[in-house]
Design a protein around this ligand. Sequence first.
Ligand SMILES: [Zn+2]
Length: 371
Amino acid sequence: MGNHRGDILCILRDEGPQSRASLARRSKLSATTLTHVTAALLQDGAVLESEIAETSGIGRPGQAIKLIPDAFHVAGIHLGAGLVQIAITDLTANARATASFDYSVRDTPPDEVVARAAEALASLLDEAGHPRLLGVGVGVPGPVNADQRSILTSINTGWRNLPLAEAFEAKTGLPVVLEHNVSAMALAEVRYGIGRRVPAVLYVYLRTGLGAGLVVDGLPFRPGGHGAVELGHIQISHHGPLCSCGNHGCLESYVNESVLMRAVGLEGSAPNDLMQRLESTDAWGPTVNRLTDSLAIAVNLLTPDLIILGGHLGEAPDGLFSHLLKNLPPRVMPHMRDVLRIERTHFGALSGAIGGAAVALDHFFYSGIRP
Ligand SMILES: [Zn+2]
């Protein structure tokens, strides 16, 4: 019944309340199977049956099956290089409680980061009155292995082949699934944000490094079960600065938080308006040109319908968007020029934690696993 259950839950999530007849049509399940599935969902308290007008507006109101968003919750954790964000969300990725903390990448071993994140989650659960959690999704700063239990490599933290899911499970007592953190952000937009019903979404995130994530036809693009879209490591100059990946002249070696902080004459932790401050400096032109060059390559290779900008790029002034909208289309294949949209993230500063929650919801609820 697992997949049938997941199918029905996804229809209710994406299309709202449905009559049994409509659910049967959309899911292509037999009446008997549908009756079994909905009975189990009603019993678990994940859905309810209520009176609702038929969507055609013709005829008397009928009974409809409806998801109960706060029937269960999940936790989303964003593990960035130097930043952890946590959110407890309902079944539609609405945040009910959030927390965050910074850590020093150089001085904090990964097990300590996990322990601090688990403590922060425990405090949030206290605050939120201990809602029933189905599991935890953790967005990690690098590609993950095929079973989403380990981070393979993270050049900005130096972590390699770490079984982080196991470490989080030991500290939280909850089931845990990992995803590349920017892929998780892209997934959240596709399921619950501005990427709904968009065939291919490319998410570009600037903070410590420049990361990207791609979701195609509703699934994170993870070739071989472990790949990632390494937009930040497109080499744009043979003689450029040494990149943290070991190569020279990668996009990320020019466009990263510490380089941009130096350009605006700041030290310490980056302000939210970093890109706005950059706009009035000499570094603005080269920065947006490098971003445009690299995005043109990404669009021609990956054909996203929508590019979503997050992190410092999500807070960038309108000048960045108008530059991209003017200069990107002429650089990409003609059929992509009319299709391509560029938007700010729907989830603002919470995009990482909501990304983790979206991964958890996919794995622990909408997959059809019985809560
Ligand atoms: Zn690199």
